[in-house]
Design a protein around this ligand. Structure first.
Ligand SMILES: Cc1cc2nc3c(=O)[nH]c(=O)nc-3n(C[C@H](O)[C@H](O)[C@H](O)COP(=O)(O)OP(=O)(O)OC[C@H]3O[C@@H](n4cnc5c(N)ncnc54)[C@H](O)[C@@H]3O)c2cc1C
Length: 494
């Protein structure tokens, strides 16, 4: 059988995977979409309660719309804003239905390789089909051959940890009962009760953190939420760009998220702790720091010759205390105990099932090397991210592509419309239509924030009147009413 008669396997039935399938169908190429969850849009359904900052008009793929048209699908009002649940129910599910048995659910991809060739082997590699290994919930396994593979599996299942170093903080796993890595659904009575009247740390500085702060402030203002308080943990200092582009954001609802977070701080429902990098979680009242000793005490910066290295750790003393958590910073500071912690420090791509594929990934972002400079948050988070396609997304492994949220690796600011353009271009490239694949058919909205998203390790101050992002912040607890943030003190030095 010629490789060209095989389907193109698409990993993940999220918005971008389904869009890729629609573009392939439009080109007469058979897709096989493998989805780990029990329905299309499984990841989106996990955040059903969150309203998108993009209106309907920007989250429906053109090829998908063509596929849906004959099914009697009604296009939602393009100017209105769906929730994640709306997006899944009113668009992703009908789209998966229209694709029919080309979409298989409950099918987790656990490996991708070239048939008969592991990662090492060069000989005849490009002529071999891909082999995609799938595991089902009931333990069955199956393999599919594919002419090309489009990995659109997103990053939802691999959130970043709380630790300021990128590693889980000490005690993070043990504190799992008090930590979530998602924006909580405060309309759910059980979840609401968990946060009402409580003190909650929100760690992170992106749109999800803004959303969580705004939700907690709303809860604090409500009859059943009295006493609800948020402690906002930031690696950086506060400056004009901390809250995003605000009214200058070309996606007004995205700008509004930052403004809502700002209001939460200004109105006293949240306090910002800046320049704080989480090192450890301790149980309050359980003997903070009473466990293993910190360092070897010799202060020489070398080992102590025992062959094990030194390191340091935090014990939890001799009991569970009152269960609340104390956040310990890399600088040794301990914050007042909190009842709950919401970690919203971004996501990372799961590359574990791609170990036999030859990927060209940027060492910082884990995004395709040609794409990484366009989306690097050390450099920019704005309209300089131009739409891109198969060339930026290609790897040494011919006919293998990462698209969608996963293509951004660890970078934030991914938009579904970016993913739809990626899907269009990649499908055209697989079809051999390079003219269409190279054409750019999209203009991306600007965030209104230019010159760096506020990573603390940004090397040079590039901000101008937008407020410097890059001088070392003194660790501090800030009430906006007392300290002017704009341009006062940098965001991001280390
Ligand atoms: C809270 C939130 C709000 C957002 N709001 C917006 C917005 O307003 N506008 C906007 O443009 N973007 C928004 N985004 C960003 C982005 O558009 C969405 O995350 C979008 O869902 C990304 O689509 P995707 O198809 O790349 O990945 P996903 O939606 O994550 O879909 C990936 C799919 O792959 C499946 N999968 C994962 N691993 C495997 C595996 N090994 N095998 C098989 N299947 C697998 C998952 O179950 C999932 O269904 C938002 C993101 C979040 C988290």
């Amino acid at each position: 059988m010629s490789t060209h008669q095989l389907p193109v396997v698409v990993i993940g039935a999220g918005p971008v995977g389904l869009a890729a399938a629609a573009h392939l169908v439009e080109r007469g190429i058979e897709p096989l979409v493998l989805e780990a969850g029990d329905s299309a849009g499984t990841a989106v359904r996990h955040w059903s309660h969150v309203r998108l900052f993009s209106p309907w008009g920007e989250v429906v793929d053109p090829a998908a719309e063509k596929l849906l048209a004959p099914t009697g699908w009604t296009r939602p009002d393009p100017a209105t804003y769906p929730s994640g649940g709306d997006w899944a129910d009113r668009y992703l599910r009908p789209l998966a239905d229209a694709l029919g048995d080309r979409v298989r659910t409950g099918a987790t991809v656990t490996g991708v390789s070239r048939s008969g060739r592991d990662r090492i082997v060069d000989a005849g590699r490009e002529n071999q089909p891909f082999v995609v290994h799938v595991e089902y919930a009931d333990g069955r396994e199956q393999r599919f051959l594919a002419r090309a593979v489009i990995d659109a599996s997103g990053t939802w299942t691999t959130p970043s940890p709380a630790g300021g170093s990128g590693l889980p903080a000490l005690g993070e796993k043990a504190a799992a009962d008090r930590i979530t890595y998602r924006v909580p659904d405060l309309k759910d009575p059980a979840v609401r009760a968990r946060y009402a009247g409580r003190r909650t740390a929100v760690i992170g500085s992106g749109a999800s953190a803004f959303t969580a702060l705004a939700y907690l402030a709303e809860l604090a203002k409500s009859a059943d939420g009295e006493g609800t308080h948020a402690v906002w943990i930031l690696r950086c200092g506060l400056c004009a760009t901390t809250f995003g582009g605000g009214e200058t954001d070309q996606l007004p609802a995205r700008g509004a998220l930052g403004l809502a977070a700002k209001a939460a701080v200004e109105e006293g429902y949240a306090e910002a702790v800046t320049g704080f990098r989480v090192e450890a979680f301790e149980r309050a009242g359980a003997g903070v720091g009473a466990g293993a000793a910190a360092g070897d005490g010799d202060g020489d910066g070398y080992g102590d010759g025992d062959g094990y290295g030194d390191g340091y750790g935090y014990g939890d003393g001799d009991g569970a205390g009152d269960g609340r958590l104390v956040l310990v910073g890399e600088d040794g500071r301990c914050l007042e105990p909190v009842d709950e912690v919401i970690v919203l420090t971004g996501f990372r791509p799961d590359l574990s099932f791609l170990s036999e594929i030859r990927l060209n990934l940027d060492e910082r972002l884990q995004a395709p090397v040609a794409l990484a400079p366009l989306i690097d948050p050390n450099q920019h988070s704005c309209g300089t991210v131009y739409p891109h396609g198969h060339r930026e997304l290609s790897h040494s492994e011919q006919d293998f592509y990462l698209v969608g949220m996963k293509s951004y690796g660890r970078a934030p600011t991914f938009l579904s419309m970016t993913g739809y353009e990626q899907a269009r271009s990649v499908a055209a490239a697989i079809a051999g239509d390079l003219e269409a694949a190279d054409r750019v058919e999209l203009t991306l909205p600007e965030t209104g924030v230019c010159g760096g998203a506020g990573l603390f390790d940004t090397p040079e101050a590039e901000q101008t009147d937008a407020g410097g992002c890059c001088t070392a912040p003194e660790p501090q607890l800030v009430h906006l009413t007392e300290q002017a943030p704009a341009g006062a003190g940098g965001c991001c030095g280390s």
